[in-house]
Write a protein that binds this ligand. Structure first.
Ligand SMILES: NC(=O)c1ccc[n+]([C@@H]2O[C@H](COP(=O)([O-])OP(=O)(O)OC[C@H]3O[C@@H](n4cnc5c(N)ncnc54)[C@H](O)[C@@H]3O)[C@@H](O)[C@H]2O)c1
Ligand SMILES: *[C@@H]1O[C@H](CO)[C@@H](O)[C@H](O)[C@H]1NC(C)=O
Length: 301
């Protein structure tokens, strides 16, 4: 009996000391972050490379010396991305037409990639759609499509291989809409919240399977504010300083977070802390802040 209590007491003391140690370590890392790891020779597969953030990610990873595999449902846009990479003098770029919402197509294309390029070591789930209507004006098919593309397309095809190799990095592009609920994009918000849950739970599962130590497969979830790609057809904001961020700013932040193994980051980074802080306050405080900032997305035509 006494022995059992002693064991619990020691465990509690150990827990508290490791919490304090890790808080200090966290503050240190905030001031002096990990060096950015090299991506030279990594095989980076990015979905949604035919336009916007995905295209820019592909160009930047290629310029950093990675082999880049580009997936998009839009073959023409995707070909242009691959062409542009090759024009920059990099030959290790491969384009595949793939609808990420189609499971058979994903598995088939993943097998082709394995044969023609090799094992994917960094997967960036970026393809996404954002219909903006009042919730009741979405058809059930559209809601399902949002989830198929934004959530259910993720990971499966490449995860077993990464687990087998005990090596890899999965990056998912969630959204500010995965932190705050916003009007006119209810299905989109739900899908981006789902991405956040999926990434956190999957990372935790692999950690527990690894005996409680972080797995060698890294996870990074990104929550960008509205980016100037055209995805947000009718952005709303009150202050000029809150206008859309550039694709370059978003892409630089995504790649930096991946190379530093950061688990979660918003772009700009302060939104993540604002969200955590606001969640500790009465809900009405968020409503007043939202009325003040007037940030969101209007319904499209
Ligand atoms: N632009 C923003 O304001 C913003 C903000 C936060 C998060 N995001 C997220 O960033 C990601 C990229 O957004 P973006 O602004 O570059 O969008 P974008 O529309 O410019 O590009 C998205 C690309 O994904 C492709 N795609 C769409 N459906 C596909 C499918 N079924 N299979 C394969 N490819 C498909 C499109 O063809 C397109 O090339 C999305 O997940 C989006 O939700 C964007
Ligand atoms: C894209 O490139 C592939 C391979 O070079 C080619 O077969 C295909 O026809 C191209 N598609 C478009 C739409 O340009």
């Amino acid at each position: 009996m006494i022995k059992r209590y002693a064991v619990i007491l020691i465990d509690v003391l150990l827990l508290f000391s490791s919490i304090i140690y890790n808080i200090i370590k966290g503050i240190y890392k905030l001031c002096i972050p990990d060096a950015e790891k090299s991506v030279l020779g990594e095989v980076v597969l990015i979905t949604g490379t035919g336009h916007g953030i995905g295209r820019e990610l592909a160009l930047k990873y290629a310029s950093l010396g990675a082999t880049v595999v580009c997936w998009d449902i839009n073959e023409q846009g995707n070909n242009e991305t691959v062409e542009e990479i090759k024009q920059n003098g990099v030959s290790r770029a491969y384009g595949y037409k793939c609808d990420v919402s189609n499971r058979e197509e994903v598995i088939e294309t993943a097998e082709k990639v394995k044969k023609e390029v090799g094992d994917v070591t960094i997967l960036i789930n970026n393809a996404g759609i954002m219909p903006s209507y009042h919730f009741v004006d979405h058809t059930p098919e559209l809601i399902k499509r949002v989830f198929d593309i934004n959530v259910l397309s993720h990971h499966w095809a490449f995860l077993p291989n990464m687990i087998q190799n005990d090596y890899g990095h999965i990056v998912s592009i969630s959204s500010m809409a995965g932190l705050f609920g916003l009007p006119n994009i209810v299905p989109y918000c739900s899908s981006k919240f789902a991405v956040r849950g999926l990434m956190e739970a999957l990372c935790e599962e692999l950690r527990v399977q690894n005996g409680g130590k972080p797995s060698n497969i890294k996870f990074t979830t990104i929550y960008p504010y509205m980016v100037n790609t055209g995805l947000c057809k009718k952005p709303l904001y009150r202050f000029q300083s809150m206008q859309l961020i550039s694709i370059k700013e978003a892409v630089d932040a995504i790649i930096k977070a991946q190379r530093r193994n950061i688990r979660e980051v918003s772009i700009p980074s302060y939104w993540f802390y604002i969200n955590s802080f606001m969640r500790c306050m009465p809900h009405s405080c968020r409503e007043h802040t939202s009325n003040f900032l007037k940030i969101g997305v209007d319904v499209e035509d």
